[in-house]
Design a protein. Structure first.
Length: 461
């Protein structure tokens, strides 16, 4: 079985950049250009729905800064469209990037210290007390067991001992115990300057909207208060709607979360929209849209407005029941069905449709298999004009109508025959005996799928 979830590998990041099915590479380049142009400090927010590919976008940004050759290859491939972009003028070598997953770290009760620790560890620098102005000999004992238990590799103790004198075990007082010769902000400035050297530093803070409210707010407020340093840019990635909910949960529903963010964030950006049809083609390795399998997937994707993460999970779920070659709609695989379109319809469109309902709308799924959802079944079939899959049926006693309205009514009638035979055992027209016999032949396959789906809880995404 193939897992369609996109892993954050360099190959996948580069493939999305170069093939550009989401048409986002230009926006990523524009974001890189904005970062290059900022000479002071700035906080940039990147807003997007959950599952819309925000993490992939910032990881692609990171890849472009690291390997400029991908940008040149992309521009050469789409020279007719993006040839005016002056790639050589983008000074990617002048920026150092550190990525911080806030959700991964929100078990910490001292967000600022946790962020500082991650910056030091991920920068790879070796600390020198003469450069940063901290007396490393003035240290005490400290235990931060809950962090160590969460991740034994998270050696916070060793890090903290390099900077502070600890009088007690209350971690919330740690930053206040930094020697008086250095304020917290001055300490951070010295440390960050050591990390970035002569370069600009871009700190990417991801998944902030998934964190506990107090942790999320203390991170974003710490950035505003302590990282207002020249050549330090912070890119905060979140779903703004969810982030506002986090803020209101902490300060109360009467608090104006939008105004709060406006005062903190200097540039508010939105992740670009993308074509879900193009993304599906990319995932299926198809060049052209069309075909019953493609359209049946698109029915579910558009009906529930699925984002990239959910589309990937949907494809993986379908692959539990259907071989990858069938999913991809290879001609040599699907052509044997042409003489038995009922079999093809039931084992492709109907199967994929039921899987989609079970994973994303369990209530409608239950209604459907109990024989009470014929209207939704027919309406959804026409959601993406998936009519080419059924007009080839040769078991009708009359030809389909030539007018669009007449043909649609004929197809609706055929869909009713299939639906009622599958989910009510009812035969609504004895004239179509050959059709109903073919439905009966393939019905066990559909029912076995429904029985298996009963074992699956509704997808959480």
């Amino acid at each position: 079985m193939k897992n369609y979830n996109l892993q954050l590998t360099e190959d996948n990041l580069a493939k999305l950049l170069l093939e550009d099915p989401l048409e986002r590479t230009e926006s990523i380049v524009s974001l890189a250009n904005l970062i290059n142009q900022i000479k002071s400090s700035a906080i940039i927010s990147l807003d997007g729905k959950w599952g819309s590919g925000k993490t992939f976008l910032v990881k692609q940004l990171e890849l472009l800064f690291d390997k400029k050759e991908y940008l040149k290859e992309w521009q050469e491939k789409y020279r007719y469209k993006y040839g005016d972009i002056k790639v050589d003028e983008l000074n990617f070598d002048d920026t150092k990037i550190i990525y911080y997953d806030a959700w991964e770290n929100d078990g910490s009760e001292n967000p600022l210290l946790n962020l500082i620790y991650n910056l030091v560890i991920k920068s790879g620098i070796k600390l020198d007390e003469k450069k940063i102005g901290i007396n490393l000999n003035k240290v005490g004992e400290f235990t931060w067991n809950y962090i160590k238990n969460l991740n034994p590799a998270f050696q916070v103790i060793d890090f903290i001992k390099q900077f502070v004198t600890i009088d007690d075990s209350d971690e919330k007082k740690l930053l206040g115990q930094i020697e008086n010769e250095n304020s917290v902000k001055e300490f951070i400035k010295l440390l960050v300057n050591e990390i970035k050297g002569e370069k600009k530093l871009l700190i990417i803070i991801d998944e902030l909207d998934r964190c506990k409210p107090e942790f999320a707010l203390r991170i974003i407020e710490s950035i505003k208060h302590y990282f207002d340093i020249d050549n330090i840019i912070t890119l905060v990635v979140f779903n703004k709607k969810e982030m506002c909910s986090v803020i209101n949960n902490y300060y109360g529903d009467g608090f104006n979360a939008n105004d709060y963010l406006d005062k903190i964030v200097d540039f508010q950006l939105h992740i670009p929209e993308y074509s879900k049809e193009n993304y599906l083609l990319f995932k299926l390795n198809k060049n052209d849209p069309g075909g019953i399998i493609y359209n049946s997937m698109l029915t579910i994707i558009n009906k529930y407005d699925l984002e990239m993460r959910s589309i990937n999970r949907f494809l993986t779920a379908v692959n539990n029941f259907m071989p990858e070659d069938i999913i991809r709609g290879k001609e040599q695989i699907t052509s044997p069905f042409d003489d038995d379109i009922i079999r093809y319809f039931m084992r492709s469109y109907l199967l994929i449709y039921l899987i989609g309902l079970k994973y994303f709308d369990n209530e409608l799924y239950e209604k459907m298999i109990k024989g009470k959802g014929v209207d939704e079944f027919i309406d959804d079939y026409f959601l993406n004009k998936t009519v080419d899959s059924i007009i080839k049926i040769k078991t009708l006693e009359k030809e389909l109508s030539q007018t669009d309205l007449g043909r649609m009514n004929d197809i609706k009638y055929i869909l009713k025959i299939i639906y009622y035979k599958c989910f009510t055992k009812e035969i609504i027209d004895g004239k179509y005996k050959e059709m109903t016999d073919k439905i009966a032949e393939n019905l066990p396959y559909v029912m076995n799928t429904c029985n298996f789906l009963k074992l699956i809880d509704k997808y959480q995404y």
